[in-house]
Design a protein around this ligand. Structure first.
Ligand SMILES: C[S@@+](CC[C@H](N)C(=O)[O-])C[C@H]1O[C@@H](n2cnc3c(N)ncnc32)[C@H](O)[C@@H]1O
Length: 192
Protein backbone atom coordinates (compact mmCIF):
# COMPACT_ATOMS: atom_id res chain seq x y z
CA UNK A 1 0.00 0.00 0.00
CA UNK A 2 1.38 3.48 -0.77
CA UNK A 3 2.08 5.96 2.05
CA UNK A 4 -0.95 8.26 1.74
CA UNK A 5 -3.29 5.27 1.53
CA UNK A 6 -1.75 3.67 4.61
CA UNK A 7 -2.03 6.93 6.57
CA UNK A 8 -5.73 7.43 5.72
CA UNK A 9 -6.67 3.99 7.07
CA UNK A 10 -5.32 4.89 10.52
CA UNK A 11 -7.29 8.13 10.91
CA UNK A 12 -10.30 8.84 13.11
CA UNK A 13 -12.16 10.02 9.98
CA UNK A 14 -11.72 6.67 8.26
CA UNK A 15 -12.79 4.80 11.39
CA UNK A 16 -15.87 7.05 11.67
CA UNK A 17 -16.75 6.34 8.02
CA UNK A 18 -16.60 2.57 8.59
CA UNK A 19 -18.32 2.71 11.98
CA UNK A 20 -21.15 5.03 10.91
CA UNK A 21 -21.72 4.52 7.18
CA UNK A 22 -20.58 0.99 6.39
CA UNK A 23 -20.72 -1.45 9.29
CA UNK A 24 -24.19 -0.55 10.66
CA UNK A 25 -25.65 -0.96 7.16
CA UNK A 26 -24.10 -4.31 6.28
CA UNK A 27 -24.83 -5.79 9.74
CA UNK A 28 -28.36 -4.41 10.09
CA UNK A 29 -30.61 -7.17 11.45
CA UNK A 30 -27.80 -9.75 11.29
CA UNK A 31 -26.54 -11.94 14.11
CA UNK A 32 -22.83 -12.33 13.32
CA UNK A 33 -22.60 -15.37 15.60
CA UNK A 34 -19.69 -16.34 17.80
CA UNK A 35 -16.67 -16.81 15.52
CA UNK A 36 -15.87 -14.34 12.77
CA UNK A 37 -13.10 -13.93 10.20
CA UNK A 38 -12.07 -10.48 8.97
CA UNK A 39 -9.98 -10.54 5.79
CA UNK A 40 -7.53 -7.70 5.14
CA UNK A 41 -8.00 -5.73 8.38
CA UNK A 42 -5.09 -3.32 7.78
CA UNK A 43 -4.66 -1.13 10.90
CA UNK A 44 -7.95 -2.44 12.33
CA UNK A 45 -10.64 0.26 12.05
CA UNK A 46 -13.37 -2.30 11.27
CA UNK A 47 -11.78 -4.82 13.65
CA UNK A 48 -12.38 -2.47 16.59
CA UNK A 49 -16.10 -2.21 15.79
CA UNK A 50 -16.63 -5.88 14.96
CA UNK A 51 -14.86 -7.31 17.97
CA UNK A 52 -17.60 -6.00 20.30
CA UNK A 53 -20.22 -7.93 18.32
CA UNK A 54 -18.72 -11.44 18.23
CA UNK A 55 -17.16 -13.84 20.71
CA UNK A 56 -13.93 -14.30 18.76
CA UNK A 57 -12.56 -12.38 15.78
CA UNK A 58 -9.77 -13.79 13.60
CA UNK A 59 -8.14 -10.99 11.57
CA UNK A 60 -6.18 -12.38 8.61
CA UNK A 61 -3.76 -9.85 7.10
CA UNK A 62 -1.43 -10.37 4.14
CA UNK A 63 1.30 -7.94 5.21
CA UNK A 64 3.29 -9.43 8.12
CA UNK A 65 4.16 -6.01 9.57
CA UNK A 66 0.53 -4.93 9.59
CA UNK A 67 -0.50 -8.25 11.17
CA UNK A 68 2.12 -7.79 13.89
CA UNK A 69 0.94 -4.22 14.58
CA UNK A 70 -2.63 -5.47 14.76
CA UNK A 71 -1.56 -8.16 17.23
CA UNK A 72 -0.02 -5.46 19.42
CA UNK A 73 -3.03 -3.18 19.14
CA UNK A 74 -5.49 -5.91 20.14
CA UNK A 75 -3.34 -7.87 22.59
CA UNK A 76 -5.41 -9.32 25.43
CA UNK A 77 -8.72 -8.91 23.56
CA UNK A 78 -10.89 -11.37 21.62
CA UNK A 79 -9.02 -10.53 18.39
CA UNK A 80 -6.54 -13.03 16.98
CA UNK A 81 -4.30 -11.29 14.42
CA UNK A 82 -2.87 -13.71 11.86
CA UNK A 83 -0.44 -13.10 8.99
CA UNK A 84 -1.62 -14.97 5.91
CA UNK A 85 -3.07 -14.89 2.43
CA UNK A 86 -6.85 -15.05 2.10
CA UNK A 87 -6.59 -16.45 -1.43
CA UNK A 88 -5.74 -19.76 0.30
CA UNK A 89 -7.65 -19.64 3.58
CA UNK A 90 -6.06 -21.92 6.19
CA UNK A 91 -9.32 -22.82 7.98
CA UNK A 92 -11.61 -25.86 7.79
CA UNK A 93 -14.94 -25.89 5.96
CA UNK A 94 -17.74 -24.29 7.95
CA UNK A 95 -15.42 -22.90 10.63
CA UNK A 96 -16.80 -19.34 10.80
CA UNK A 97 -20.24 -17.92 11.54
CA UNK A 98 -19.42 -14.75 9.62
CA UNK A 99 -16.73 -13.42 7.28
CA UNK A 100 -16.05 -9.73 6.62
CA UNK A 101 -13.89 -7.89 4.07
CA UNK A 102 -13.75 -4.11 3.94
CA UNK A 103 -12.02 -1.96 1.35
CA UNK A 104 -9.71 -4.81 0.46
CA UNK A 105 -10.89 -6.46 -2.77
CA UNK A 106 -9.52 -3.62 -4.92
CA UNK A 107 -6.08 -4.44 -3.49
CA UNK A 108 -6.23 -7.99 -4.88
CA UNK A 109 -4.43 -7.93 -8.22
CA UNK A 110 -6.62 -10.17 -10.38
CA UNK A 111 -10.27 -11.09 -10.66
CA UNK A 112 -9.32 -14.77 -10.30
CA UNK A 113 -7.64 -14.07 -6.96
CA UNK A 114 -10.62 -11.97 -5.81
CA UNK A 115 -12.89 -14.91 -6.70
CA UNK A 116 -10.56 -17.29 -4.82
CA UNK A 117 -11.04 -15.13 -1.71
CA UNK A 118 -14.82 -15.11 -2.13
CA UNK A 119 -14.97 -18.86 -2.80
CA UNK A 120 -12.74 -19.50 0.22
CA UNK A 121 -15.00 -17.34 2.36
CA UNK A 122 -18.02 -19.39 1.24
CA UNK A 123 -16.23 -22.64 2.01
CA UNK A 124 -15.11 -21.44 5.45
CA UNK A 125 -18.60 -20.22 6.42
CA UNK A 126 -20.99 -22.53 8.22
CA UNK A 127 -24.28 -23.17 6.40
CA UNK A 128 -26.45 -20.13 7.05
CA UNK A 129 -23.38 -18.00 7.83
CA UNK A 130 -23.02 -14.42 6.62
CA UNK A 131 -20.55 -12.58 4.40
CA UNK A 132 -20.37 -8.79 4.86
CA UNK A 133 -18.19 -6.32 3.04
CA UNK A 134 -17.56 -3.06 1.29
CA UNK A 135 -15.25 -1.72 -1.36
CA UNK A 136 -14.33 1.51 -3.06
CA UNK A 137 -15.77 2.03 -6.52
CA UNK A 138 -13.72 2.87 -9.58
CA UNK A 139 -12.98 6.57 -10.10
CA UNK A 140 -10.16 8.76 -11.43
CA UNK A 141 -9.54 10.01 -7.89
CA UNK A 142 -9.27 6.47 -6.50
CA UNK A 143 -6.96 5.53 -9.35
CA UNK A 144 -4.64 8.48 -8.59
CA UNK A 145 -4.75 7.64 -4.87
CA UNK A 146 -3.35 4.17 -5.70
CA UNK A 147 -0.34 5.38 -7.66
CA UNK A 148 2.35 2.69 -7.46
CA UNK A 149 -0.11 0.35 -5.76
CA UNK A 150 -2.46 -2.47 -6.78
CA UNK A 151 -5.70 -0.95 -8.10
CA UNK A 152 -8.33 -3.46 -9.20
CA UNK A 153 -11.81 -2.26 -8.17
CA UNK A 154 -14.78 -4.55 -8.80
CA UNK A 155 -17.50 -3.58 -11.25
CA UNK A 156 -20.74 -3.71 -9.19
CA UNK A 157 -23.10 -5.45 -11.64
CA UNK A 158 -20.52 -8.09 -12.50
CA UNK A 159 -19.66 -8.48 -8.82
CA UNK A 160 -23.29 -9.31 -8.00
CA UNK A 161 -23.25 -12.05 -10.63
CA UNK A 162 -19.90 -13.31 -9.37
CA UNK A 163 -21.27 -13.68 -5.83
CA UNK A 164 -24.22 -15.65 -7.21
CA UNK A 165 -22.03 -17.83 -9.43
CA UNK A 166 -19.67 -18.61 -6.56
CA UNK A 167 -22.69 -19.84 -4.61
CA UNK A 168 -23.84 -17.07 -2.25
CA UNK A 169 -27.55 -16.49 -1.69
CA UNK A 170 -29.77 -13.74 -0.17
CA UNK A 171 -27.50 -11.03 -1.56
CA UNK A 172 -27.97 -7.44 -0.36
CA UNK A 173 -26.28 -4.77 -2.43
CA UNK A 174 -25.94 -1.00 -2.07
CA UNK A 175 -24.18 0.94 -4.79
CA UNK A 176 -23.67 4.51 -3.59
CA UNK A 177 -20.38 6.37 -3.34
CA UNK A 178 -19.05 3.03 -2.12
CA UNK A 179 -20.16 -0.58 -2.61
CA UNK A 180 -21.76 -2.35 0.36
CA UNK A 181 -22.70 -6.01 0.24
CA UNK A 182 -24.04 -8.81 2.34
CA UNK A 183 -24.73 -12.42 1.35
CA UNK A 184 -25.35 -15.77 2.98
CA UNK A 185 -24.22 -19.33 2.59
CA UNK A 186 -27.34 -21.43 2.07
CA UNK A 187 -28.53 -23.68 4.88
CA UNK A 188 -27.45 -27.27 4.27
CA UNK A 189 -30.96 -28.54 3.43
CA UNK A 190 -31.69 -25.57 1.14
CA UNK A 191 -28.50 -26.25 -0.86
CA UNK A 192 -29.37 -29.94 -1.40
C1 LIG B 1 -7.04 -0.78 1.85
S1 LIG B 1 -6.61 -1.88 3.14
C2 LIG B 1 -8.15 -1.92 4.06
C3 LIG B 1 -7.96 -2.15 5.53
C4 LIG B 1 -9.24 -2.22 6.36
N1 LIG B 1 -10.05 -3.35 5.96
C5 LIG B 1 -10.01 -0.94 6.28
O1 LIG B 1 -11.01 -0.88 5.55
O2 LIG B 1 -9.62 0.01 6.93
C6 LIG B 1 -6.55 -3.49 2.38
C7 LIG B 1 -5.87 -4.52 3.25
O3 LIG B 1 -6.09 -5.81 2.68
C8 LIG B 1 -4.90 -6.56 2.83
N2 LIG B 1 -4.89 -7.66 1.85
C9 LIG B 1 -4.77 -7.55 0.50
N3 LIG B 1 -4.77 -8.77 -0.07
C10 LIG B 1 -4.93 -9.67 0.94
C11 LIG B 1 -4.98 -11.09 0.99
N4 LIG B 1 -4.87 -11.82 -0.13
N5 LIG B 1 -5.13 -11.70 2.19
C12 LIG B 1 -5.23 -10.96 3.33
N6 LIG B 1 -5.16 -9.59 3.35
C13 LIG B 1 -5.02 -8.95 2.17
C14 LIG B 1 -3.80 -5.53 2.59
O4 LIG B 1 -2.55 -5.96 3.07
C15 LIG B 1 -4.38 -4.32 3.35
O5 LIG B 1 -3.98 -4.32 4.71
Amino acid sequence: MNKSHGELLGTAEWAAFLHEEVLPVVTHGVDLGDTMLEIGPGPGAATEWLRHRVGRLVALELEPEAAAALGTRFAGTNVEAVAGDATALPYPDGYFDAVGMFTMLHHVPTRALQDAILAGALRALRPGGTLIGSDSLSSDRLHQFHEGDVYNPVEPAAFLTRLQTIGFTDIMFVVGHTLLFRARKAEADAAA
